[in-house]
Design a protein around this ligand. Structure first.
Ligand code: NAP
Length: 266
């Protein structure tokens, strides 16, 4: 079966409406991009549509010096949120962004402060995609004591999903796997819930899972001009799988918009 994420999106939309009613201006989001390529431009076009839909004043700026620009907009009181387009170019790293973005304006949840705060109960912003994964899971299944396997250990997806799902109140038993994991299928077959975040098109087939597993497909891969996930289509014959496109990506986009309103409220 295909998991419908509409319910999750509706809940985040109502959070947006609630915050909107507490602020009396259009929040401003700055999207900084360095030498944008076709995929960045296509992503920014969809961000423009979302910003218009939710009433966010979006300014896209092609940055010549990312660190200087981050510092400038960190200080600019007319700016509520800052987004940095990926892939990063000119040798900039994720750590450069993490170290230099103001945590209160960090709507993607990538700053050192926001990453660190995930270990405590004082989160401001958590990485958007990780939050999307957790919200989808929570809307369909109680996570307490569940065996959750995460494929992928990136800073933006795999690791934060693991931290969030282990928190008191969620109480999942989490296993994180990666390219050096031995007997991967033996581990994934034991999962009640499987999160696939590896960036390998159609990698997870029926031999990786037991029947009835809930699968959150985070992957975004382009094959012959079409977007496909990390999970092969036929897996949905025996498991419940989020769609790609139309699953985690859609929830992540709304969370980003909500975070701009949250930043304005902060
Ligand atoms: N839907 C969304 O909103 C959204 C947001 C962000 C990313 N994504 C997509 O999600 C996917 C993952 O993104 P990411 O940024 O986390 O990627 P990433 O930084 O490239 O990390 C990929 C992770 O997967 C692991 N991996 C790769 N091949 C594997 C294999 N054969 N078996 C087990 N583990 C394997 C890697 O292991 P090692 O650490 O050992 O190399 C690494 O930890 C991509 O397709 C990306 O486009 C989607």
């Amino acid at each position: 079966m295909i998991i419908d994420v509409k319910n999750t999106i509706d809940k985040i939309k109502s959070e947006i409406e609630q915050i909107k009613s507490q602020i009396n201006y259009e929040p401003k989001l700055i999207s900084l991009v360095v030498e944008p390529d076709e995929s960045t431009i296509s992503y920014l076009n969809s961000q423009k549509k979302s910003a218009k839909k939710y009433g966010i004043n979006l300014e896209i700026i092609e940055s010549k010096n990312l660190i200087d620009d981050l510092k400038k907009y960190n200080e600019d009181s007319s700016v509520d949120g800052i987004f940095v387009g990926r892939p990063l170019r000119k040798g900039y790293t994720e750590l450069d962004v993490a170290k230099n973005i103001n945590p209160l304006k960090d709507v993607e949840g990538v700053s050192l402060y926001n990453i660190g705060s995930m270990f405590y109960e004082s989160e401001i912003f958590v990485p958007c995609t990780a939050e999307a994964v957790v919200k989808i899971i929570e809307d369909i299944e109680d996570t307490e004591g569940k065996n959750i396997v995460i494929m992928g250990r990136s800073t933006t997806v795999g690791k934060p999903v693991a931290i969030l799902l282990q928190k008191h109140g969620r109480d999942a038993t989490v296993t994180v796997t990666h390219t050096r994991t031995k007997d991967l299928k033996e581990i994934t077959k034991k999962a009640d819930i499987l999160v696939a975040a590896i960036g390998k098109a159609n990698f997870v087939d029926q031999t990786f899972v037991k029947e009835g597993t809930i699968i959150i497909d985070v992957g975004i891969n382009v094959i012959n001009g079409k977007i496909v996930g990390d999970v092969s289509k036929e897996v949905s014959e025996i498991c419940n799988v989020t769609p790609v496109p139309g699953g985690v990506g859609n929830v992540t986009s709304v969370i980003l918009m909500r975070n701009v309103f949250k930043a304005a409220l902060n």
